[in-house]
Design a protein around this ligand. Sequence first.
Ligand code: IPM
Ligand code: MG
Length: 351
Amino acid sequence: MSQSILLLPGDGIGPEVIEQAVRVLNVVADDITTQSSLVGGASIDTHGVPLSDDTLELAKASDAVLLGAVGGPKWVDAARHLRPEMGLLQLRKGLDVFANLRPAYCFPALVDASSLKREVIEGLDLMIVRELTSGVYFGEPRGIETNADGVRFGYETSRYTQPEIERVARVAFEIARGRGGEVCSVEKSNVMESGLFWREIVTALHAAEGDGVKLSHLYADACAMELVRAPKQFDVILAGNLFGDVLSDEAAMLTGSIGMLPSASLGIDGTPGLYEPVHGSAPDIAGQGLANPCAAILSLEMALRWSLGRADAADRVLKAVGEALNAGARTRDLGGSLSTQEMGDAVIAAL
Ligand code: IPM
Ligand code: MG
């Protein structure tokens, strides 16, 4: 049976960048079939919900899901359950992709695109492993309410169970073994109970299963600081959902442009992974052919590697993106003037 990828282009620049990823797929693995469906605002406009049951079923039945981006000004005032971002959260939860891998590496051709000094980021190669289906994003109770004195308040619950922490920490240890062998676990155990618990469980798991891995711990604020001071000290950073969200945007920007970075979200073995650029829907430049398709192309690269067992094709894609950059191909975010399509052309030419 042939392998299949479900494409969920989504909103804003999502469709433009996914189109280029599909062109690349057709060059490196034309036997893999694709199917498309709607998510986010695009799904709200057509089906009235950000993720339909049909789309979730299609996602579960595929080998990998490649998503563009969700969200935009058109839907910001909608009730929470009718906002595009909920489609993404429901998809993550529905596929149970609890381990979000967000690499931050610096392509040699882009060392001068970063706002940090060359020596700080040259050779940077770190991986953030972010827990993706629990924590404060999903914890109950939550809400906006009014207390007995008539004072309104908003709140949510930061909750992690032992199995939730263990399964994502296990992934971080495994990834570290295939890289530099170091995991830095991040929380706020100085102020949060869920953070204290996180540290306890990660430490115990490391003692039991952490052979070959050096474990360290940092508070999330200190980690944010160290990421701009000396990012090359990190190999794998392990974080919960919220801190992982924040730190991965910061790490992405170290490399010059958030338009370069892909992500993979993995569940248990044998279930489809979800692949998406770290960047958002960028409504300000949507539809103008200005978006950098590299993060989407590299998300395809991760799908080929992690879900489709096609490391050979993945290596070709990674190399081609590097070569296109070496040859001077740059979209606007990288200080150049290529259109989305032309950047896709440059990667395909390198292939
Ligand atoms: C991300 C995004 C999402 C998140 C939003 C769009 C819900 O910021 O993937 O990092 O917060 O997880
Ligand atoms: Mg984010």
